[in-house]
Design a protein around this ligand. Structure first.
Ligand SMILES: Cc1cc2nc3c(=O)[nH]c(=O)nc-3n(C[C@H](O)[C@H](O)[C@H](O)COP(=O)(O)OP(=O)(O)OC[C@H]3O[C@@H](n4cnc5c(N)ncnc54)[C@H](O)[C@@H]3O)c2cc1C
Length: 235
């Protein structure tokens, strides 16, 4: 999505009604909101979400919409540590029927064509790919473009609950769980050698990780134009 569409989307504000939340792992929570009929997005995009039930600074933050457009819910999955920010404390206070604000959807972090695709996630950076792989499943990507998801989490708290089912339903999808940077680079070498500049490479995660993997790909002859980045600040 271009800059102009993003500007229009920023001004499109709506309220989302909270349904429920649950703990995914030690420091990751998922929040579900009702999806209104007129709300849609491209798998991988994010929104700007605002706390409205109390007042404090920085009450608006970007979060990926971790559910697929084909799912009947808006899902946000976020890291919340033992000393949460005001924003995240307020998220944990939500009760059924309370609302948060949303602007968007925004951004160009989504699949645009049928080239072989390499999705590289670091930790909480899995959120856009949760949406993308669910959407591919819903669209029936079987035997179409190969999609490799390389998912690194040093704590091994992988957030895909239905990995076997996803892969069984999509013969073109390959998911690798990794827990060291060395293993991640080994897997990146394999796919980058295979697809080179005929593939598209999407990287999401903490900013430092995204920048270093992007440089690594470029040092290995992958052109910048074939790389998309979703850098999460605050980690
Ligand atoms: C396009 C995009 C998509 C994103 N998608 C996601 C996503 O899907 N999931 C996700 O988790 N993040 C996502 N992020 C990152 C997200 O927007 C936040 O930057 C991130 O969650 C950190 O927010 P925070 O409120 O914890 O941190 P900050 O306010 O930046 O604080 C950082 C840390 O400081 C400490 N701190 C701050 N305030 C207080 C306080 N009042 N009391 C005690 N300690 C405090 C906390 O330890 C906190 O973790 C995305 C970012 C972008 C740009």
């Amino acid at each position: 999505m271009g800059f102009f569409q993003d500007m229009v989307a920023v001004f499109k504000k709506r309220e989302l009604s909270f349904l429920e939340s649950y703990k995914e792992s030690e420091d990751v929570y998922t929040f579900l909101f009702k999806k209104e009929k007129d709300l849609t997005w491209k798998a991988g995009q994010h929104g700007l979400f605002s706390i409205t039930h109390k007042k404090f600074k920085n009450n608006t933050k970007p979060f990926t919409i971790a559910s697929a457009p084909s799912e009947n819910v808006v899902k946000l999955t976020m890291k919340i540590n033992k000393n949460p920010s005001e924003f995240k404390k307020a998220m944990l206070e939500l009760k059924q029927g309370m609302t948060i604000g949303m602007s968007g959807p925004l951004g160009s972090f989504y699949l645009t064509d049928d080239r072989p695709t390499v999705l590289i996630a670091g930790g909480i950076g899995i959120t856009p790919f949760l949406s993308i792989v669910k959407q591919l499943e819903a669209e029936g990507n079987n035997n179409k473009k190969p999609v490799h998801l390389l998912y690194m989490d040093s704590e091994k708290f992988y957030l895909i609950k239905d990995k076997d089912e996803l892969v069984a339903n999509n013969s073109s999808l390959n998911i690798k769980y990794l827990d060291t940077r060395e293993d991640l680079l080994t897997e990146i070498n394999k796919v980058a050698n295979l697809y080179q500049n005929n593939g598209q490479y999407l990287i999401a995660g903490p900013k430092a990780m995204v920048d270093s993997i992007s440089s690594y790909l470029q040092n290995n002859s992958i052109s910048k134009k074939n790389i998309k980045k979703d850098a999460f600040y605050g980690y």
